[in-house]
Design a protein around this ligand. Sequence first.
Ligand code: GP9
Ligand code: MN
Length: 420
Amino acid sequence: NKSDVTTVLNHVQATYAKPNPAYFGKAKGMNVIYIHLESFQNFLINYKLNGQEVTPFLNSLTREKNTMYFDNFFHQTGQGKTSDAEFMLENSLFGLPQGSVFTTKAQNTYQAAPAILGQLGYTSAVFHGNYKTFWNRNEIYKSFGFDHFFDASYYDMNDQDVLNYGLKDKPFFRESIPLLQTLKEPFYVKFITLSNHFPYLINEEEATIPPATTGDGSVDRYFQTARYLDEAVKEFFDYLKQSGLYDRSIIVLYGDHYGISDNHNEAMSQIIGKEITPFEHAQLQRVPLFIRVPGVKGGIMHQYGGEIDVLPTVLHLLGIDTKNYIQFGTDLLSPQHQQIVPFRNGDFVTPTVTAINGKYYDTQTGEPIEKNDDIKRAEQIVRTKLSMSDKVVYEDLLRFYTPKGFKPVDRSKYDYNHRQ
Ligand code: GP9
Ligand code: MN
């Protein structure tokens, strides 16, 4: 009820990290372009398979002058996988401990990025080469306030171009360009890729590197589909550069969740050259995060963070303060950013400790450590954050609270029916 909102508000206000003046508003008024890198784990970045880079384009972004690359950034998804990642990035709320919030809580009140930005004159859209009902996107996107949802029905889904979950990434980006061109700037857009998805299928003639040779087919092909994704993203960047959008857009790329599950530990240990202990497994939950802001100095950023932290970071770059919003992440670029990364199951990682199932390890060395007061404190913070976020979602608490200056979303105004 209403008084629960007050408790939550007090919590988020106490943990609020105020914007860093060196970054606040540096992307004001710019377009926002998200690229969702399906199943992309951070170990791929700068990894060499048989002496060859797997993802040369994404690797080049780690050295690009206006791109910040976060190398201690983790996914925090649960059973909702892609949908959990999207949910965290749009709302800075956690996905649920069971199931997918997209499918179970689509009718809730949200104060999501497309709505916040929509009220400031942004046009918002999602581009995805699968059909709109997958993960119940066509319902929850209304609650987020997305103006447009370009799903598979907008694309040429011919047999040649479709594989696994939908349209292959290269035709996907190519066919997205004319759709993107119909949008009024500034826009807030998200491109959800899907070729790099388990079981990592690829047509022989489209594979430009040989597979790995662990003998585990999906692990071996993972490198080939990641390379294909890398090439697709490069082609899209070429368009952004040539069209001029590159100079007036902030570009955010993120891996949504792991690609190689626990079931493939044996093959993965061959790939990374060490045994996949519970500690190593936790470290492997890193996914890349890149944020490119024209005019802002890039570099490799080592702060620890996760998907929950992206929204406040991006809003602050756009010059929008998040103080009045109920968000559980904190701005990665703020000196007050809290470097405790909760996983959905209550485990967590900080620069000093990795907590897994009641056991504690030194994050830097992997050595077991005893529980101490700092760990107890972090554990408490993790528990509070997850349970408060769950309360907000389960009890639809945002309907009782409207941030100053925000207009509640009217779901009935949105409709993604595409008449061809
Ligand atoms: C399908 C896609 C995959 O539309 O986004 O979702 P996932 O299986 O990764 O959760
Ligand atoms: Mn996914």
